[in-house]
Design a protein around this ligand. Structure first.
Ligand code: NAG
Ligand code: NAG
Ligand code: NAG
Length: 264
């Protein structure tokens, strides 16, 4: 008598098990990939996170700049890639150059701009001191005569007229918003080259309105991008930024609100 051959391949029970395991794997599918602190991915994520932080905090006296990437990991899921990154920062103001750290989770989606950011940073100043500094800047800007329309900050030779520094510092809030919105996982990065054509006025509700033209320098293409920004700011209230950019034939508009001091 011939022995009956078993059917080839896995039986129904094994198939069910495989299906269950696959479903399980899909639900919690996550790959962690450590990234080099000196590599471009972490730097790009840190820049995006910091632009976001500076705009959301809307505190011109405590604007932060990236110092060094400390560590980070790519968290790759089916929905996209998140980058977890820790980095050190220093205060943009050189006279009270302080150090701190930030840690952030940055989500880049399909090379689209405006990454999602969850970030926390150590405070540079305590709350009272920061408020005092922001108010000082607010008063300086209120009293400042609007400079002639053709004035550029910095000046033509890259020099910073100290009386115009408060305008430059305030503009960093709007600039940060724009740079955050323009950042993708693979895009180049931007330098603020100059602001010019500044108009400034005080709204009846005491908000400062700053309207200006921004020249952004894109590092990789060496392109200069020209944008008009409109920033509405008060040291203790949510601020608002709107922009309109025109680069190589394309136009972009955007707007967003910050949470003001409540975010810090
Ligand atoms: C990354 O650096 C931060 C800040 O120094 C530190 O708190 C954190 O533990 C580090 N993470 C890893 C995974 O090394
Ligand atoms: C952001 O990070 C904080 C602290 O790590 C965490 O408690 C919070 O749930 C995060 N929020 C989101 C939306 O991921
Ligand atoms: C952007 O805003 C400007 C000025 O408000 C407007 O003229 C232009 O049509 C807008 N462009 C787009 C693409 O929305």
């Amino acid at each position: 008598m011939l022995a009956r051959r078993r059917p080839a391949g896995p039986g129904p029970t094994a198939l069910l098990l495989v299906a269950l395991l696959a479903a399980e794997a899909r639900a919690s599918w996550l790959i962690r990939r450590p990234l080099s602190p000196s590599g471009p991915e972490l730097r790009q994520a840190a820049r995006a996170a910091l632009h976001f932080f500076n705009y959301r905090a809307a505190s011109p006296s405590t604007v932060r700049v990236l110092k060094e990437v400390l560590n980070g990991t790519a968290l790759i899921r089916e929905e996209g890639e998140n980058i977890k990154v820790a980095f050190s920062i220093e205060s943009y103001r050189t006279e009270n150059s302080q150090l701190g750290t930030c840690s952030a989770l940055v989500g880049f989606k399909d090379h689209k701009s405006r990454p999602t950011v969850n970030i926390s940073c150590t405070p540079l100043l305590d709350q009272k001191e920061r408020k005092k500094e922001d108010y000082k800047l607010y008063k300086q800007i209120k009293q400042l005569e609007t400079p002639p329309f053709e004035t550029t900050i910095p000046g033509k030779l890259g020099d910073m007229d100290p009386s115009l520094q408060p305008l430059w510092e305030l503009a960093m809030i709007g600039n940060s918003f724009l740079m955050w919105e323009k950042t993708t996982s693979t895009s180049s990065y931007y330098y603020v080259q100059q602001i010019t054509n500044i108009k400034k006025w005080i709204r009846p509700d005491d908000f400062i309105i700053l309207h200006y033209r921004l020249l952004l320098h894109e590092f990789r293409t060496q392109e200069i991008i020209s944008c008009h920004l409109h920033l509405v700011w008060h040291p203790e209230k949510p601020s608002k930024t709107q922009y309109h950019c025109q680069d190589s034939g394309t136009q972009e508009n955007g707007s967003g609100n910050s949470e003001g001091s409540g975010f810090l």
